[in-house]
Design a protein around this ligand. Structure first.
Ligand SMILES: Cc1cc2nc3c(=O)[nH]c(=O)nc-3n(C[C@H](O)[C@H](O)[C@H](O)COP(=O)(O)O)c2cc1C
Length: 158
């Protein structure tokens, strides 16, 4: 069994999700940063997990493009999708992944979020002041969601 986790992470929260997923999975698991490898060959993998974070209501464009370009092969795989975002908009999967992938995926989860403020630009720090506090009170990556994603995909070899 071979799994690839294909992800984009601007400040590190998604990368942390990837590490938490990886720690809990047996078999060969390759984590692939889409910014470093924009066109990974996914034919050799049985399981694919794809994830990114939301900035201004959108997932990273590299993840969106990858999903569209590879949708025909992705529908033949055991697929999981995840998002890391603060607002947990109920439409965030529908708005950021192709419908045909949402329809066939075995698991989709928002794994929670973190804010690595030390890594933010001045503009990002300013923008953070305009986010109502109630949106930021569910801070943290959710281990139970990480484990559910793995379980729902049928790779819960913890
Ligand atoms: C400038 C900025 C804009 C953001 N915009 C959104 C947004 O539109 N919706 C949302 O749910 N979360 C938003 N977030 C929260 C991020 O999605 C969240 O912090 C995520 O965990 C970041 O992942 P990363 O560190 O891997 O990039 C925003 C965060 C920043 C700093």
């Amino acid at each position: 069994m071979k799994t690839a986790i294909i992800y984009a992470s601007k400040h590190g929260s998604v990368k942390r999700c990837v590490d938490l997923l990886k720690e809990r999975m047996l078999g060969q698991v390759d984590s692939i940063n889409i910014h470093e490898h924009p066109n990974p060959d996914i034919r050799e993998y049985d399981y694919l997990i794809i994830g990114g974070s939301i900035y201004h209501n959108k997932i990273q464009k590299e993840i969106a493009t990858f999903c569209i370009t590879n949708s025909e092969i992705l529908i033949t795989k055991t697929l999981g999708l995840f998002i890391s975002s603060a607002l947990m908009d109920i439409n965030e999967f529908k708005n950021n992944f192709p419908t045909k992938l949402i329809n066939i995926c075995k698991a989709k989860e928002n794994l929670g979020y973190e804010l690595y403020i030390h890594d933010f630009s001045i503009l990002e720090k300013i923008m953070l002041n305009f986010v109502p506090e109630e949106y930021l009170n569910n801070y943290g990556i959710k281990i139970n969601k990480v484990e559910k994603l793995i379980y729902d995909m049928g790779i819960n070899n913890i």
